[in-house]
Design a protein. Structure first.
Ligand SMILES: [Mg+2]
Length: 243
């Protein structure tokens, strides 16, 4: 019991660039969701990296000149609903199966983690929960986070990614009665935001180089506890999680 208490870990995975790579498909779905609400308005240039879905929507709306808090929240709901509809259609049409890449080593690492009683796995992602579920299902890894994706934090929990770690910790406490703190919380992700978002809680950040090549220098400068080119070396990644 003492050993379990000392080693327990809440391991929270980012999705895009960390577990899978959706290429252009996710962005196409997002833009189609936007056009469903604004059929004649061009989609403005907005960076998606490290942001929550609702944050991206808010930036898109700001660039299209929309204003008014209550109106924006309502329109964001419509955009997200349209985006989820597009994702479902892409999965149903087989596009996701052919265009989405499961990143190397992910199956092996998830299998290794779910076999360890001291480890609780979850997601820490800017994706809204329904989008997260569809993306993971497209590469058949949703079952690792089943049944209800209830551990972790999502883009519909808060529009600010930097608020998600505290939500994930509070949720684990409320739903599992497990109290994680400091380095017992491990965030695994491919952007500087994954490394930085848990710093105020003193979490362990493991960076992976499977995101966009231009992220590399920035993510290393952020000072993750560990960096791996990919997740293929299961035992080394496990050591970094559990040490
Ligand atoms: Mg990512």
């Amino acid at each position: 019991m003492l050993l379990f208490q000392r080693m327990k870990r809440l391991v929270l995975f980012d999705i895009d660039g960390t577990l899978l790579n959706g290429g252009k498909l996710w962005r196409e779905c997002f833009e189609a969701g936007f056009r469903g609400v604004f059929p004649s308005c061009p989609f403005p240039r907005v960076a998606f990296s490290g942001k929550t879905d609702r944050q991206i929507c808010a930036e898109v709306l700001a660039k299209t000149g929309s204003s008014g808090h209550s109106i924006i929240e309502d329109v964001i709901d419509q955009m997200i609903a349209g985006y989820i509809g597009q994702l479902k259609a892409a999965v149903a049409a087989g596009r996701a199966a052919s265009e989405v890449e499961l990143l190397p080593g992910v199956h092996e690492l998830l299998n290794a983690l779910i076999g360890r009683t001291e480890v609780t796995i979850g997601l820490l992602t800017g994706n809204v929960r329904d989008g997260a579920r569809l993306k993971l299902a497209s590469v058949r890894i949703d079952h690792y986070f089943a049944p209800s994706f209830h551990i972790g934090a999502f883009g519909d929990d808060h529009s600010d990614r930097y608020r998600l770690p505290e939500i994930a910790v509070a949720r684990a406490r409320a739903e599992l009665d497990l109290h994680f703190q400091g380095k017992e919380v491990v965030i695994i992700g491919d952007t500087v935001h994954d490394v930085n978002c848990g710093k105020s809680l003193g979490v362990r950040a493991i960076a992976v180089g499977t995101g966009r090549p231009e992220y590399r220098d920035e993510i290393l400068r952020a000072g993750p506890d560990s960096f791996f080119e990919t997740l293929v070396k299961t035992n080394e990644v496990l050591t970094a999680i559990l040490e």
